[in-house]
Design a binder for this molecule. Structure first.
Ligand SMILES: Nc1ncnc2c1ncn2[C@@H]1O[C@H](COP(=O)(O)OP(=O)(O)O)[C@@H](O)[C@H]1O
Ligand SMILES: [Mg+2]
Length: 283
């Protein structure tokens, strides 16, 4: 029989449980897509990894493949080569681990704000009381606690986008995919929504992959800005934004990073123009 000293204690038998892995690791590995009837790849062998809780913003000239990249991460279109993974699971279709917010809010106009937000939860079969609670929390998160009963046409553009964000957040996804969600809004509303999105992201620690053509918007929000190369769409450069959150949007640190990225994009636009001019002269 083992003596007391040799008997392993209960504490020694139970190894210290490791901290639960954070969810929301999004990996794109050598993702390519060529659309039919197109001479060049929309995107070509893009490698991009977003860490759990990281805010990554993709910028680049129109047509460089930003939306294609996001749609592949969403599972809305299939890559021709390579693929996308979320927490090690291959992305084949849209799923509850990801939610997308588009430039156009895509709300159902015949439903109220809260019915729109509730829609996905209802589809999931969540009981009414829990749904109501989650919808109210989501409305508070986007600073619209009193707008739940309003129909879509009774909301301003900024309010509609906030409802669209609440609709995405209410599903509690691990990754938020946002395709130019604020592009159709005026500058003042955009600034308000940058502040609110920053606050929501800090409170929820979701992984965010955000697409925009606005460099100012990118630097305000991002941990890392990915600058695209066009024709074919590739990553041209990545710029980390090492400014602590929450950020003062008027800080000179922000202007400095904006300057670096603008110069890089101008170089890319000049490269595209030179390439186009050369093609025309050889035609
Ligand atoms: N469904 C599609 N069919 C054919 N071509 C497409 C389709 N979607 C995008 N493209 C083309 O792929 C390229 C990248 O488009 P997109 O990803 O929308 O760029 P961005 O979002 O950066 O403006 C463009 O040349 C565009 O015309
Ligand atoms: Mg686009």
């Amino acid at each position: 029989m083992l003596s007391g000293d040799l008997m392993p204690s209960a504490a020694a038998k139970t190894p210290a449980s490791p901290a639960p892995a954070k969810r929301g690791l999004l990996e794109l590995r050598c993702v390519s897509k060529v659309f039919r009837n197109s001479p060049t790849a929309a995107i070509q062998c893009i490698d991009l990894c977003c860490q759990p809780g990281e805010f990554v913003v993709v910028v680049g000239p129109s047509g460089c493949g930003k939306s294609t990249l996001l749609n592949i991460a969403a599972g809305l279109i299939a890559a021709d080569n390579g693929g996308a993974w979320i927490d090690g699971r291959k992305i084949e279709l849209p799923g509850p681990d990801r939610a997308m917010v588009f430039q156009e809010h895509g709300l159902f106009p015949w439903l109220t704000a809260e019915e729109n937000i509730e829609f996905g939860l209802k589809m999931k079969g969540m009981p009414r009381a829990e749904r109501a609670d989650r919808v109210q929390r989501a409305l508070r998160m986007v600073h619209l606690p009193d707008a739940g009963r309003k129909l879509v046409h009774e909301l301003s553009g900024g309010m509609r986008q906030r409802v669209a964000i609440a609709r995405a957040l209410v599903m509690d996804p691990d990754v938020l995919l946002m395709d130019e969600p604020f592009s159709s809004l005026d500058a003042q509303t955009r600034t308000l929504l940058h502040e609110q999105l920053q606050e929501i992201w800090l409170a929820n620690s979701k992984t965010v992959l955000f697409v925009t053509h606005s460099v100012g918007e990118a630097v305000r929000l991002a941990d890392r800005v990915v600058i695209m190369h066009a024709n074919p769409g590739r990553i041209r450069r990545e710029v980390p934004v090492k400014i602590p959150h929450p950020r003062d949007f008027d800080s000179p640190d922000i202007s400095e990073v904006v300057g670096v990225i603008r110069t890089e994009i101008e170089d890319e636009v000049n490269r595209i123009h030179a390439e186009t001019a050369e093609q025309v002269s050889h035609a």
